[in-house]
Write a protein that binds this ligand. Sequence first.
Ligand code: ADP
Ligand code: ASP
Ligand code: MG
Length: 300
Amino acid sequence: MKIMKFGGTSVAHASNINKVIDIILESLKRGENIVIVVSALSGITDNLIMLANLALKKDLKYKTIFQNIYGRHNQAIKELINSKNKEKVLKKINKKYSELEKSVKNIFSAQELSLASLDLVMSFGEQLSSFIIGEGIKSRGISCEFVDSREVIKTDDNFGSANVDLEKSYRLMSDCFKGKTLSIMGGFIASTKNGETTTLSRGGSDYTASLVGAALNASVIEIWTDVDGIMTEDPRKMKNALLIPEISYEKAEEMAYNGAKVIHPKTIRPAVLKNIPIYVKNTFNPKGQGTRISNGIETQ
Ligand code: ADP
Ligand code: ASP
Ligand code: MG
């Protein structure tokens, strides 16, 4: 079993999503079962937060944000889903839009934005992306099972940065994914035992991938992003940053805690405990070697 996580830029729009599907197909050819974890389309989580805050202030500009969110997802559906399935997918997505509108209207009329309602609003980014990308994969002739992350990752009610009940979640995930060749789920989102939606903190989809990997004793966890791997410095700020091809769990965790956004700091722990290597790879340069995070002893 292998876990492949694709971040926001990797799934920004249909043309990038098609690159992601190419990478998944390549991996499937090698015969391993795969769980795909996806983030929201890039910028959508920020849009959703803005939406909730504008609704709180009764600022009608929130309507423009809705249009942007719908436009981005509808365009992806238009380009990714074949005509046979398009109507069914649009029906499902319109239902999601209505749920989102309902949660935003509640903020508007109550004039209150609790962390719980912000989590619910933010969760639509991953709810929408995971469903649409799963259908996009099916449109390319491959069966792919959609899993609602909120049914398999259980947390406390520390909204905004919920703590995962590992024992329960690992059991639910191992039951859910047993024997499945290809499944897809949203990163970042989870739920309490009462079914309230929670999130694992910003950038938390990497952590989701690691949790799934640990639950399934995966052979590898791959974090596919928009840079060649973990670099000596943020390559967007330092032109001469160098790729680090191999790094220990400890050092990677330290870099993440010190702000290297390429990997969420919580990602490392579940992988260490099961000794699963994590690879950080570039969706836009899939042949690049990437970074291997491990305990330092080459096992492959
Ligand atoms: P994703 O949406 O794929 O999760 P992120 O934006 O969360 O991607 O993380 C990737 C970004 O992390 C890169 O675009 C890069 O600018 C930034 N980054 C910060 N520090 C580092 C580093 N040391 N090595 C690589 N990337 C880094
Ligand atoms: N979409 C979420 C965020 O923007 C989670 C993630 O991208 O990992 O924080
Ligand atoms: Mg990230």
